[in-house]
Structures are given as structure tokens and as C-alpha cells.
Design a protein around this ligand. Structure first.
Ligand SMILES: [Zn+2]
Length: 449
């Protein structure tokens, strides 16, 4: 007897780029049968009018074992999340994986080792503006090697958060990452909002080391009126043989901790950012716009609370995500209920609704492939990103006609409002979302690369 049968869905075959009406049989966490016969099973899902997609893979998240972020991810159709981004990760990856396995988790978790906060702190660098010494390089290289041996899927950087990180420092870790043939996601170092040099810097690292690059939340970095030029630089780099991809969410307004270098007075001045364009995303002042007084108070007393910065050109989201090398992502953080940025709950439904249904930038098959198979191939996640016999039964069933994000910024609405239209989400054959409701099942696995 099958564990689960999904009957009458339209199944997206991401490898052959076709849609087909075929029924899916699942046993022991795997797809075991694809047939036109109607299937019976312990649990039968009647999926007429639903699309069956491989579960979405979020290449840029900060779920990192936090239960509510796992729930919000599952509810937007994500079955695998890549954590440890922007240079912020656990340092002991083996221990992180062991804890996650012991406690169980709702979705699959892959993890990066993070340079800019985590490795730097681990070797004793407290000042983000300080360059690492040769001894500190060596110590970071060793920690990176250990993490990659433990199955971390790459090395992440958040260069905005460690302005002191030199080219030599980045290159040293890129070499280790390249040696393991893993991915290097980089949140680039922006000196101003129009800084394309930051892109040349990371491409130079890739050229020198051969590392496979993924430039993080590309629209947050370059969606400020310079997207066309930024994408031309990437196109050119690819033509020159550099392996580079980008990811982006569906928003231009980024968020991070108020205490980071990104919100230093000088950075704010250099970028001509205005306090009135910033809204508090967590804690006591949730939903409040900043003014100078609140800014100073939060920097001093609440450095770990998040603030959203409204900026950017919305049209550039679509320009970026249309690129064949672009993947959708959330940049989800860890927040309490009712807090956060709408990206934590709305990103993937918004991507399909706006780019496929409303604008026609992508076909449904293209959009699904960029959210599933492309990330699986990029990171080397075997048996994912595809629905075929033998693949992991990570499947998202959604109602394309009614798919809709409901999350909004905290000064206007609920940032964690769950979307409409994500009806069923299976993680390794177990329902994490059932008839649109979160089940709390913990069938996620850790993914060691
Ligand atoms: Zn980042």
C-alpha cells in the first residue's frame, strides 16, 4: 500500500519542461510511482485543479533551526531551505546538524558556514572594520574546512557587515570553498547605492579562485536604478567563463539588525538613506518609523532588533528574476509572531502571482524550474527539484488561479500573514501543510553536501 497518493494534479516535469496529468504514488518518503491510473493509498489527496510542483528550494534564508521561520517557509511552499547566509551561521556545523536531527524540523535544512559575523567572531575579531591577521586567516580557513567536511553546502559572506574584510581574506576562504567545489553566496559590499565596484570585487575573487558564486538578494544590492548595468556585468562574466548565479526576493526594501555596520551613521550618510524611510520590524517599536531620536535609542539599547529600509525600483525585481541564472529567495529571518518583513511569508506566492499570472514574465514551467531544479543543481542536492520515480517526495500543491501573498510591511499590515492557495506541502512524503493548514509534522531532514 502506498503511503500517499496524489490524484489528478497537473504535474510539472522540471527536467523535460512539460506539464502532464499524472498521478503520484509515494512510499517511505520517495516518489515510487507515476501513472495515469487513479491511485489508492493510506492517504489520498484529490488534487484536481492543483499544480504539483517539486517543493520550492529557498536558496537564501536564515531559518537556521528556528521553528516559526520553518513554519512560515513551509506555508509558502518551501520544502528545503539553505541557511547560514550573509556570513551568519553556526560555526560548528556538525553540532548544528546533530541538534537538528535530534529535535526534528518541519522542512529540509542545508547550511552554509558564514564568514562575516560567525567565523570572524570565532577567531576573535570583534571589530567589523578590522582586517584579519595572517594567523586569523589560517584559523578561519581551518574552521571552514571542518564545516565543509561536516557537509556545509558552501561558505557565505555578508561583506556589508564586515567592511574590514580584505580581498585577500575573502580569497583565502574562496580557495577552500573551491577546493570542495561548493557554492559561495555573497552579500556584496556596497559603499554607496550605485556601487558596481562591489560586483567587480566578487567576480575577481571567482576569477582568481574558480569558486562558484551566488550573489545574494541581488535586488536589495542593485535594485536602485543600476540593475541593467549590474546584469550586464554578470552576463559578461558568464560569457567569460565565470560560474555565477544570483538570487532575489520580490521586494526592494531590505531589512537587517539596526546594530550592524549597514546602519552606521557614515553608511546612512553615504547612501543618502532617510530615517523616515525606515520602519522597525521587531521588538518594542514594531511598526514605528524611525526618527533621529529613535535611531539613536535603538542603536544603543536594541542593536539586535530589525529595521526595514524602504528603497529601490520595483520594476528591477522582474528584470533580475527573468534572467536564466536567477533564483527566487526569501531572505527570511527569525522573528516572533506578528513581527518581520513580508518576505518571510509572501515571497514565493508573490513570485508566481506577479511574474507568471499577472505579468507573464515567466511561464509557469520556467518559474517552477527556477524555484526547484535550478537551486537543486546549483547546490548539488540530489533527488530534489524534480518529481520522478526515485526522487524525494518533497511536493508543493498549489491553486495557481487563487495563489496570493497576504503579508505586508509592519506599519501597514501583518508581515507574517500566510498566503492563499498553497494547499498541500509534502516534505519527504509527510504533510507539513494539509488543506492549507500547517500540521506541525517534523519530517524535514538535514542535507549534507
Ligand atoms: Zn544579506
Amino acid at each position: 500500500m502506498l503511503d500517499v497518493a496524489i490524484n489528478h494534479a497537473v504535474v510539472i516535469d522540471t527536467e523535460k519542461s512539460v506539464e502532464k496529468k499524472i498521478n503520484i504514488g509515494i512510499k517511505d518518503g520517495k516518489v515510487v510511482l507515476l501513472t495515469t491510473d487513479t491511485l489508492i493509498a493510506t492517504r489520498v489527496i484529490e488534487a484536481k485543479n492543483l499544480i504539483a510542483s517539486p517543493g520550492f528550494i529557498d536558496v537564501h534564508g536564515h531559518v537556521d533551526g528556528y521553528a516559526y521561520s520553518g513554519e512560515l517557509s513551509a506555508c509558502q511552499g518551501i520544502t528545503t531551505t539553505v541557511g547560514g547566509n550573509c556570513g551568519l551561521s553556526p560555526v560548528d556545523i556538525a553540532d548544528f546538524f546533530a541538534r537538528q536531527m535530534r529535535d526534528g524540523f518541519v522542512i529540509n535544512q542545508a547550511e552554509l558556514i558564514g564568514h562575516s559575523f560567525s567565523l570572524r567572531q570565532a577567531v576573535g575579531i570583534a571589530d567589523p572594520y578590522r582586517q584579519a591577521s595572517p594567523e586569523e586567516f589560517a584559523a578561519m580557513e581551518q574552521l571552514t574546512r571542518t564545516a565543509l567536511q561536516a557537509g556545509a553546502c558552501g561558505v557565505s559572506f555578508g561583506l556589508d557587515y564586515s567592511p574590514g574584510a580584505s580581498f585577500v581574506e575573502i580569497t583565502a576562504l574562496a580557495n577552500v570553498c573551491a577546493e570542495f567545489n561548493r557554492v559561495m553566496p555573497i552579500h556584496t559590499r556596497l559603499f554607496t547605492q550605485n556601487d558596481l565596484y562591489s560586483l567587480f570585487e566578487v567576480l575577481a575573487v571567482a576569477k582568481r579562485t574558480g569558486v562558484r558564486l551566488l550573489i545574494s538578494h541581488f535586488v536589495y544590492q542593485y535594485g536602485t536604478g543600476i540593475m541593467e548595468e549590474a546584469l550586464q556585468i554578470i552576463d559578461q562574466a558568464i560569457e567569460n567563463g565565470i560560474d555565477v548565479k544570483i538570487d532575489s526576493g520580490m521586494y526592494t526594501d531590505w531589512t537587517t539588525f539596526i546594530g550592524t555596520a549597514t546602519f552606521d551613521e557614515q553608511t546612512i550618510a553615504d547612501n543618502e538613506m532617510r530615517f523616515s524611510d525606515m520602519v522597525v520590524a521587531s521588538g518594542k517599536y514594531l511598526g514605528k518609523r524611525l526618527d533621529r531620536e529613535l535611531y539613536l535609542k535603538m542603536r544603543k539599547h536594541y542593536p539586535n532588533e530589525s529595521v526595514i529600509c524602504f528603497m529601490g525600483n520595483k520594476a528591477e525585481i522582474y528584470t533580475a528574476l527573468k534572467k536564466s541564472y536567477a533564483m527566487p529567495s526569501t531572505d527570511i529571518g527569525t522573528y516572533k509572531k506578528g513581527e518581520g518583513h513580508p518576505q518571510i511569508a509572501g515571497s514565493f506566492p508573490k513570485y508566481f502571482k506577479e511574474m507568471v499570472k499577472e505579468r507573464g514574465d515567466l511561464s509557469l514551467i520556467e518559474a517552477v524550474t527556477k524555484a526547484t531544479l535550478l537551486p537543486a543543481k546549483t547546490f548539488g542536492f540530489a533527488h530534489k527539484g524534480v518529481i520522478k520515480v526515485g526522487s524525494d517526495a518533497d511536493i508543493t500543491l498549489f491553486d495557481f488561479e487563487h495563489l496570493k501573498d497576504n503579508a505586508d510591511f509592519p506599519d501597514r499590515g501583518k508581515p507574517d500573514a500566510k498566503p492563499t492557495g498553497i494547499e498541500y506541502v509534502l516534505v519527504n512524503g509527510t504533510l507539513a501543510v494539509d488543506q492549507g493548514g500547517f500540521t506541525g509534522e517534523k519530517a524535514g531532514r538535514i542535507i549534507r553536501v
